[in-house]
Design a protein around this ligand. Structure first.
Ligand SMILES: [Zn+2]
Length: 420
């Protein structure tokens, strides 16, 4: 097959981009994930899932799990996890001048200034119903004309306590104008920028690629598996988690409840090559546009990674190995955090400007992840006995063979070209 025919080497089709945009745009701050899970993903799942698949729901959070074989605990269970929660800013207090002071959570204060946001306010007279305010901007310093020299030169930055939401309140009784809206401490604020195509081919940017993208990939894998007629001996749990941004608390509940044998976190990763000012840290050379990433290290199972890596290689899907330290930094950790025996790893896509309004990704990396995960599920399904496969094949470094110096010749370029 010509390389050009493969979906991960082509532009993302318009319809697919539209779905990705819709999932990423759902207002689902931490703790209020229902907009993405019930508002967008549930109807989407229902549009393609066979009748015997089931959507599992939960009481304490709005996460959901699409289950291909409900009740079949005897089967080999594989859980893919994206997280629906977005970093949640919150109203902290309201000033006499109408400024709404906000908590910035895991945003750098400086990257927020000037951006449009949506404020979601629970109606104090009608708890459980929410109103939305658009048209406010996040501010901190005002005009350069008021800034002292250290701020002007960049020697001094912005403290998170300086950040406020400006609703352009003016005139009489400024604080009262805000109180009259019913805006209260605790109300949620998220950034207002749906994704758009970027200038460079196959790129896109906007807020919250982290981690509507992992949810989009998980749901696209579910659709492809459904279209391929499902799986025979692997029970797949397509999981959309909550509470990741505050410590990956939701995915461990899902893992604890459903006890998967294999768990794969799907989350954004960094484009370290483009990250400004970190050249001297000699980070792993992950780069946007070079394929999906796979975590190596921490609790990542080398057995599971082996299957993903060889599957990707077999189908010519570009993959980048990501070195992780003590922690994958993703929901890939859910199994061990929930004390469940499962082989886990983490799959991602390098993005730029994580936790800003201009998170930037590449659709081909996303497509690479979708297809690599689909083929991996099918490879697991094709194993004689997936349970025994993982029990009996732990890597044995005591059986490592000696490796001699291999000379200085570069790989034959003629061979590389003939593979196209
Ligand atoms: Zn994040």
């Amino acid at each position: 097959m010509s390389e050009k025919k493969q979906p991960w080497n082509r532009p993302m089709p318009e319809q697919q981009f539209k779905l990705m945009r819709e999932i990423l745009d759902a207002p689902s701050p931490v703790g209020l994930e229902g907009a993405m899970t019930y508002g967008v993903l549930k109807p989407h799942f229902e549009s393609f899932a066979p009748g015997d698949w089931q959507l599992r729901q939960f009481k304490g959070h709005a996460g959901v799990v699409l289950d291909t074989h409900p009740g079949r605990d005897d089967m080999f269970k594989v859980m893919l996890i994206g997280h629906a929660d977005k970093i949640r800013m919150q109203v902290r207090s309201i000033g006499d001048d109408g400024k709404i002071w906000i908590n910035t959570d895991s945003f750098l204060p400086t990257v927020l200034v000037g951006h449009e946001v949506k404020l979601f306010s629970e109606d104090p007279d009608n708890p459980g119903s929410y109103r939305m305010i658009q048209g406010g901007t996040v501010e901190a310093l005002g005009a350069i004309h008021f800034a002292d020299p250290a701020v002007r030169s960049g020697d001094r930055g912005i403290k998170k306590e300086q950040i406020y939401l400006d609703l352009q309140i003016h005139g009489e009784n400024k604080k009262q104008q805000v109180l009259n809206l019913g805006v209260r401490p605790g109300d949620s604020i998220i950034m207002d920028r749906p994704i758009r195509s970027g200038f460079s081919p196959d790129t896109f940017y906007g807020a919250y690629l982290d981690n509507g993208l992992g949810c989009f990939v998980t749901s696209e894998v579910a659709r492809l598996i459904a279209e391929a007629g499902g799986t025979r001996q692997v029970r797949v749990l397509f999981a959309i988690a909550s509470y990741e941004e505050i410590g990956r608390f939701g995915s461990r509940v899902l893992a604890g409840e459903l006890e998967p044998d294999v768990l794969i976190g799907v989350d954004v990763n960094h484009d370290y090559m483009a990250a400004p000012g970190i050249g001297d840290r000699r980070m792993q050379p992950l780069e946007m546009g070079k394929g999906f990433t796979m975590a190596v290290g921490a609790i990542a199972s080398e057995q599971l990674n082996r299957i993903i890596e060889s599957t990707a290689k077999q189908h010519d899907i570009p993959m980048q190995r990501d070195m992780v330290g003590a922690d994958t930094g993703t929901d890939g950790m859910a199994g061990v955090l929930a004390a469940v025996d499962c082989a886990a790893t983490s799959i991602g896509f390098p993005i730029r400007n994580m936790h800003t309004i201009s998170e930037t990704g590449n659709t081909q990396d996303v497509l690479a992840a979708i297809h690599a995960l689909t083929y991996t599920l099918q490879a697991l399904d094709a194993l004689d006995d997936p349970h025994r496969e993982f029990l009996d094949n732990h890597p044995r470094l005591d059986r490592a063979t000696p490796l001699e110096h291999q000379g200085s010749a570069k790989p034959d370029e003629g061979d590389e070209n003939s593979a196209l």
